[in-house]
Design a protein around this ligand. Structure first.
Ligand code: C2E
Ligand code: MG
Ligand code: MG
Ligand code: MG
Length: 281
């Protein structure tokens, strides 16, 4: 009996494993097709400057308009794209599209900075800096209005190489931010060596800043530390006025979150921009 059950369990697991492998394979095939068939899109989430209360830029966020499944979020396919290396062409598409779109909005008279997420695998490509330079040249976007968002895990893997790459990007005039700050490796000593402009406090710390005193202390400490190191701070995931009040009191520089705006498709973002006047120049 036990033996029988054992065999059934084995069959069950191997069947499940086959199914999972198959699903992954299908997803990989579909991801490849998605690039060729133009199924990716970027949505743009407004970034608000706390002091002036003005829109100062946006984060580009990848979406997949799947022919059958509808809109698919990045958490569902970025990990596999990283594993398979597809993140390299996808990442280039993201960077080119975000830079071109931002340049178009700038040409209409809006001063905007765009944040683009860069995966670890992309950042470690030997020709990463060159490809960023090419895309900036092609699109004509001023480097000072581009910000690359990197995670702690991407940065700490090979510190010496990371510093070289960051310095080259910085030398081109590009802004650099650490994304999801506080959730990664968090050896704070690297902050001193990395030419980083901004920290983006992860939203897990922001969600309870007005009710959980530990989260409040963490957020407050990150803001104070960033400022002592002459870095700017963005709070991610602001969903309530209470959080905004707290962040304003603690002099957080910028905010981003559903309370201010969800990520918007380009056409809707354009409408959002038009409402922002008279900041145009
Ligand atoms: P992220 O870079 O930390 O982006 C912020 C995420 O938080 C976005 O999720 C955004 O929609 C979400 N968010 C913003 N405000 C709020 C809020 O008030 N409440 C809540 N609950 N969520 C909020 P999204 O678009 O699903 O992206 C998830 C992650 O996928 C991103 O996290 C980033 O790590 C990755 N990602 C997105 N686009 C790209 C891309 O083009 N390339 C790469 N490599 N990764 C990307
Ligand atoms: Mg980000
Ligand atoms: Mg983040
Ligand atoms: Mg994140």
């Amino acid at each position: 009996r036990a033996k029988e059950r054992g065999r059934n369990t084995y069959q069950f697991f191997s069947q499940e494993m086959n199914q999972r492998a198959l699903a992954r394979q299908q997803l990989e095939t579909q991801l490849r097709r998605a690039l060729q068939h133009d199924e990716f899109a970027l949505h743009y989430q407004p970034l608000i400057d706390m002091r002036s209360n003005r829109l100062i830029g946006m984060e580009a966020l990848l979406r997949w308009q799947h022919p059958e499944r509808g809109m698919v979020g990045p958490d569902e396919f970025i990990p596999l794209a990283e594993e398979t290396g597809l993140i390299i062409p996808i990442g280039e598409w993201v960077l080119r599209t975000a830079c071109a779109q931002t340049k178009t909005w700038q040409d209409e008279g809006y001063r905007l900075r765009v944040g683009v997420n860069i995966s670890a695998r992309q950042f470690k490509q030997p020709d990463f800096v060159a490809s960023v330079a090419t895309i900036l040249a092609e699109t004509g976007l001023p480097p000072a209005t581009l910000e690359l968002e990197l995670t702690e895990t991407a940065l700490v893997e090979n510190i010496a190489e990371t510093i070289t790459t960051l310095n080259r990007l910085k030398g081109m005039g590009i802004n650099l931010a650490i994304d999801d700050f506080g959730t990664g490796y968090s050896s704070l000593s690297y902050l001193k060596h990395f030419p980083i402009d901004r920290l983006k406090i992860d939203r897990t710390f922001i969600s309870e800043i007005s009710t959980n005193s530990d989260d409040a202390v963490i957020a407050e400490t990150i803001i104070a530390m960033a400022h002592s190191l002459r870095k700017s701070v963005v709070a991610e995931g602001v969903e309530h006025q209470r959080q905004l009040d707290f962040l304003s009191l603690k002099e957080c520089d910028e905010v981003q979150g559903f309370y201010l705006s969800k990520p918007l498709p380009p056409e809707t973002f354009t409408h959002f921009l038009r409402q922002q006047s008279p900041d145009r120049d």
